[in-house]
Design a binder for this molecule. Structure first.
Ligand code: GLN
Length: 539
């Protein structure tokens, strides 16, 4: 049977509940436990796939092709494990399945209600995610008091008394504001949010207090007393130099002791030595390299979360600070690539959708190609390398991706209407297909070519596995022409073009997949690691 740790948030959002959940999970995993993670999102969208990255941050893609909340990415990066579709669900999914069952007559004429039907479905899904694990850490999105959160609160409350549940532990993450004028830390918002939780029937057993200032002992005592927890269950979470330091700072406050006691886990001694060494290299690295990061969602860097994190992982392994020089693709269109990328050791063009900034990205690619600057193009950043090569090397005027010019005379990137999805089923995609759920999603194998950069990056592996999230594909009709002119296909998946390189360029790689989704602190992604190494060599 599985034990459950529930992480709720109070006072306000963006307190780092996801990192808290991931940190607790990491410590338990490093203590030898089999840990599962689950993020529950109270919004009505079925998944975040169609949400704007500017509003919601990155859409994270799991191995089995689910478009999930970016917190799943945090879990994978911290726990060094792959989580599946079942690691994330939304209100939209819960209601969809209940309504579907109702339409199919599955409730035998009952009146369908939030309690017990919606709540029952939530409990069912939580237990499903817990199956096979010693412990499931469940993060509940949103803040206590949100209307949307209520059915979930009710569900986790009920699980306290469930015969199929071996134990539960409730962690509440809150904010301790510091009022400058009074020179005081304030516990009142935390008290109120704990009261709100209790009103629902949940008494948190641990308070994780986010604060800019260290909490004096007396304050912790007061907080413990007013929130009805023991003093050693008040854990302080100060702003950290890197999120990866958080498990270690939690451990130094003996966070596992009250958890182990309540859940009867015995004495836990997590081995965090390797982790700690990597954290030290993030905080005080020996080397530095500057990556020119060309993108279009620069107002919200969360849109590129996995990618920026992967640069940190690679930096840690190479003892290098990877400084990101953010370059707005549209600004390149105005000022030219040279002016904006001149100071960078390498160029990275990230994935994206829609035509804004595309011409600027193409100019950035031309700059990297012509000036022999190490280049990594991801997804759209790979597709545009074909367009750039076609226009500027093959002389194919008007070459484009049909995503941006439906009538281009040279569709270097096109839509294949028929392809085999992960399970081997045939899928149909056209220009008119609805946006939600019509992409190549999830992990696919890629066969690498002998002697290629990509094969070398993956230690000589002939087959690699990476995750996808895109609608368009490189057009194989132009393959011969490109290869004759020096742009070679070095990775393929069932006849689809997955990676391209340029002969004679010191390091130029375009990948159709998103390597950033499989990068973890302890095992950085191989393509990105090789790119950062090339960037470091280029100085
Ligand atoms: N817009 C492109 C496509 O749909 C690339 C997507 C991406 O970069 N993730 O194929």
């Amino acid at each position: 049977m599985t034990k459950y740790i529930f992480v709720t948030g109070g006072v306000l959002s963006s307190l780092g509940k996801g990192i808290t959940a991931a940190s607790v999970g990491t410590l338990l995993k490093h203590s030898g436990m089999n840990v599962g993670m689950l993020k529950i999102d109270p919004y009505i969208n079925v998944d975040p796939g169609t949400m704007s990255p500017l509003e919601h941050g990155e859409v994270f893609v799991t191995e089995d092709g689910a478009e999930t909340d970016l917190d799943i990415g945090n879990y994978e990066r911290f726990l060094d494990a792959s989580f599946l579709k079942s690691a994330n669900f939304t209100t939209g999914q819960v209601y969809s399945s209940v309504i579907e069952r109702e339409r199919a007559g599955g409730y035998l004429g009952q009146t369908i209600q939030v309690i017990p039907h919606i709540v029952g479905e939530i409990v069912h899904r939580i237990k499903l995610a817990g199956e096979g694990h010693d412990i499931l850490v469940v993060e509940l999105g949103g803040t206590v008091g949100d209307i949307e959160g209520l059915p979930f609160m009710e569900a986790i409350r009920q699980m306290k008394h469930d015969d199929e549940v071996e134990g539960t532990f409730f962690i509440h993450v809150t904010l301790i504001p510091y009022i400058k004028a009074a020179g005081e830390l304030k516990s009142k918002p935390t008290q109120h949010s704990v009261q709100e939780l209790r009103r629902i029937g949940i008494t948190p057993q641990m308070i994780i207090a986010r604060s800019e200032n260290a909490l004096p002992k007396t304050f912790k005592k007061k907080l413990a007393m007013s929130c009805d927890v023991s003093t050693d269950s008040v854990i302080e979470a100060l702003d950290a130099a890197t999120i990866y330091a958080i498990p270690v700072t939690f451990l130094s406050q003996n966070i596992l002791k009250p958890i182990a006691k309540e859940l009867e886990l015995g004495e836990l001694n997590p081995d965090m030595e390797e982790w700690d060494t990597l954290v030290k290299k993030i905080v005080q690295p020996k080397n530095k390299t500057v990556v020119g990061f060309v993108g279009k969602y620069l107002e919200l860097k969360e849109a590129y979360k996995s990618l920026t994190e992967s640069l940190i992982h690679c930096g840690a392994h190479l003892d290098t600070r990877v400084e990101i020089n953010w370059v707005d693709a549209e600004e390149i269109e105005e000022r030219g690539a040279e002016a904006l990328l001149n100071d960078c050791d390498s160029v990275l063009v990230a994935g994206g959708f829609g035509s804004r900034g595309v011409e600027g990205k193409i100019q950035a690619i031309e700059y990297a190609r012509v000036n022999q600057v190490p280049y990594l193009g991801i997804c759209l950043g790979m597709q545009l390398t074909l367009v750039e090569y076609a226009r500027n090397v093959l002389g194919l005027e008007g070459a484009n991706s049909i995503e941006f010019d439906e009538n281009t005379p040279h569709p270097m990137v096109y839509l294949i209407d028929n392809f085999l999805d992960q399970s081997g089923d045939s899928q149909l995609r056209t220009h008119q297909s609805p946006m939600g759920g019509t992409m190549r999603l999830g992990e696919y194998p890629c066969e690498t070519k002998d002697g290629s950069l990509i094969q070398k990056a993956y230690n000589g592996a002939k087959i690699i596995h990476e995750r996808h999230r895109h609608r368009y594909e490189a057009n194989p009709a132009y393959r011969k022409q490109l290869e004759n002119a020096g742009m070679v296909v070095t990775g393929e998946s069932n006849g689809l073009i997955e990676t391209v390189e340029i002969k004679g360029h010191p390091w130029f790689l375009g990948v159709q997949f998103h390597p950033e989704f499989t990068s973890r602190l302890q095992t950085p992604n191989a393509s990105i690691l090789a790119f950062v190494q090339a960037s470091l060599n280029a100085e």
